[in-house]
Design a protein around this ligand. Structure first.
Ligand SMILES: *Cc1c(COP(=O)(O)O)cnc(C)c1O
Length: 389
């Protein structure tokens, strides 16, 4: 067999397949597993979004290759949504690019900016593509530890000056996966200042900007003066509008970065199915009460789990945003993996061990709020019945 490229070995097949195999084992024993592992929205998109997709499917012209950068109508809708939602003005022709899911842009940005030996600052723990994309491009990682005592914000002031000078990219993600933290204006200002000082490209992943609780409204990184000179912001229709399977997202901000990413992508893919783009226009321009109801759904689920598990003696902070709980493992367990496997075996509840997202995730598990309340109540009942933390 032909020798596989070395970069393949840089990629991990991941904890997800390990947990999946264990899940099948537990289910074979007759215990149906409650899966709180996957970060995929479980509810469908709003009816008007599905209607737009159906209408789009009927149009013969939509079966041609779409425009690389996304149809202008969608880019205009994105710019209008940004104006309404964040009071940020964008040029739809130069500062907006449609993506096949934000993952597409997050994965390919490194191809445009990272050469062999280049350094990138990435959150630890963090969403896996941030580091995978750098490694695939031949770059090196400098993990930024996200610690509970710092509100899971990286301490930029602790980064050695020689590291900051060498680095090209700074990745941020608020509200975050997996740590479920949020950032305030002061932090984003500091990030822009830091990027200016050291000539860094900031890549802010705002996939959870519409999933926030208790009245909290996440801001755009681009609201900070000077942000668009140093960076771009990624959004996803997957979480905001329950369209994960449609594969559509977008990136906005610095026009040079947008142009370079578009150049890479136009050599790789030919854009998103036009019917899906039309559904995204409906999502952005249509009624937004559905978006608020969606956040309220996750908030309710958060409360059921956090309050129920507290009764079992497991104290977990209530996050202000995202789709996850980030929970310290209870006393008596030495690793995230040990705890996650015990939880799965005894209670049939699947969560993801924190070290899957980086070394600093050890000692935590990620619990996804992607099941309905009755199933979450069942998970709580099973945990209470099997554990005394
Ligand atoms: C789910 C998720 C994404 C989404 O990706 P799409 O490709 O738009 O589906 C991006 N970033 C984070 C942190 C996520 O959790």
């Amino acid at each position: 067999m032909v020798q596989v490229a070395r970069r393949i070995e840089l990629l991990t097949t991941g904890i997800f397949s390990v947990m999946e195999a264990k899940k099948r084992e537990v289910e074979a024993r007759g215990l149906p597993v409650i899966n709180l592992g996957i970060g995929s929205p479980d509810r469908p998109p709003a009816p008007h979004i599905k209607a737009a997709l159906r209408a789009g499917i009927e149009k013969d012209v939509n079966y041609r290759y779409p425009v690389f950068e996304g149809c202008l109508e969608l880019r205009q809708a994105i710019a209008r949504w940004y104006q309404r939602r964040f009071d940020v003005e964008l040029d739809p022709e130069r500062e907006v690019l449609v993506l096949m899911g934000s993952q597409d842009g997050l994965a390919h940005l490194a191809w445009a900016y990272i050469e062999a030996g280049d350094l990138a600052l990435v959150p630890d723990p963090g969403y896996p593509i941030y580091s995978a994309s750098i490694l695939l491009a031949g770059g090196e990682l400098y993990p930024l530890p996200l610690k509970e005592e710092n509100g899971f914000l990286p301490r930029l002031e602790d980064i050695p000056a020689e590291v900051a000078r060498r680095a090209k990219l700074l990745t941020l993600n608020y509200p975050s996966n997996p740590v479920a933290a949020v950032a305030d204006r002061a932090f984003f200002r500091q990030a822009v200042e830091f990027a200016r000082q050291y000539d860094l490209l900031v890549c802010h992943d705002a996939a959870y900007s519409e999933l926030a609780f208790d009245g909290f409204k996440p801001m755009s990184f681009l609201e900070v003066p000077g942000a668009r000179e140093v960076g771009v912001e990624f959004h996803s229709c997957s979480k905001s509008f329950n369209m994960a399977g449609c594969r559509i997202g977008f990136v906005v901000g610095n026009q040079e970065v947008i142009a370079n990413l578009n150049k890479i992508k136009s050599n790789i893919d030919y854009g998103v199915f036009s019917a899906v783009q039309e559904a995204a226009i409906a999502a952005l321009e249509g009624p937004q009460d559905f978006v608020r109801e969606n956040a309220a759904t996750y908030q309710k689920r958060r409360d059921v789990l956090v309050e129920g598990l507290a009764e079992a003696g497991w104290q977990i902070p209530k996050p202000k945003g995202s789709m996850f709980l980030w929970a310290r493992i209870p006393a008596g367990f030495s690793t995230s993996m040990e705890f996650a496997l015990t939880l799965l075996e005894k209670a049939g509840v699947l969560v993801i061990p924190g070290h899957a997202f980086g070394a600093q995730g050890e000692g935590y598990v990620r619990i996804a709020l992607t099941q309905e309340v009755p199933l979450l109540q069942e998970a709580v009942a099973r945990i209470k019945a099997n554990f005394h933390f």
